[in-house]
Design a binder for this molecule. Sequence first.
Ligand code: GLN
Length: 331
Amino acid sequence: MQQIDATQLGGVPIHGGVADFETRLANAFAQIEVEALPLWRQGKVADYIPELGEIDPNQFGMCITTIDGGMHTFGESAKPFSIQSISKLFTLELLVELLGESVWEHIGRSPTNSAFNSLGWLEQEKGKPYNPFVNAGALAVTDRIMNSTAMALHSILQHIRQLAGDQSIQINDRVGDSERATCWRNLSIAYLMKSFGTVTGPVETLLDVYCDQCAIELTCEQLARAGLLFVRGGIDHFGNQVLTPTSTDRINALLATAGMYDGAGEFAFRVGLPAKSGVGGGILAISPGKMAIAAWGPALDATGQSIVGLKALEILASHLELSVFRHQCGV
Ligand code: GLN
């Protein structure tokens, strides 16, 4: 494993070293408790997937994994939740591993101002998704993984287990079945793309795999560990160079501009980190070269982001001075 100078953790620089980092973290956690946790009342669970609609909205967990392998937790950090669209980050990463940069021939890199599951624009774009994180883009990514490997779902699950360093990670079949029974918009998106040739395989099979990849469950601890790959320039939890530093830099750039969909601008403004959200209430935020942060709270705001998670990340990023837009001139 890489040896990292711990005095640089969490800020540019953290003048007081590790002790100062821990003080800042404790202050952030205290503020999260008072200011972020009560916000669950203003949010709403994702009931368009019936099984997710049953979840208690008043839950919250957080985990921070630092580049040197340290872990800091808050609340229900060991409780598994449905990663939903956070899976899109891992499928994109897998596809870049499989195909390299040719991935970008069929998938765009533009942010959008529309909801993750909107499809009006897709007709004008002749079926080419704006980016890999809107549903159209994620469906195109999974379609390509299915073209490249015989057991796509197994490969996706195995890949996430490997990144998180945990073979016990599973798919929640009830959540997968529940989405499959109601995924009319995603079917429409995939059929429209099929008509343009930007989806090539059978649509129903594609949706089977997509609904199951979204139903994979991780804890904040597993998710933050898996996120280290994007913190460490493509080096995974075990020290293996899985992706090139350029590819991970590029994925982080797309996370910053499109990972939170039409909420990306607000997230950049308030938190300032590359991040991916899911309607299960999870958010994975990446502080390149420093740490990965997983937050989970099932109550969502209008753009489908965890309302408590967003506020908690805002507080944490402010205490640790994590925004990638922060001035670097040392004053
Ligand atoms: N499975 C969900 C869907 O396709 C994922 C959406 C999300 O998490 N933003 O609608």
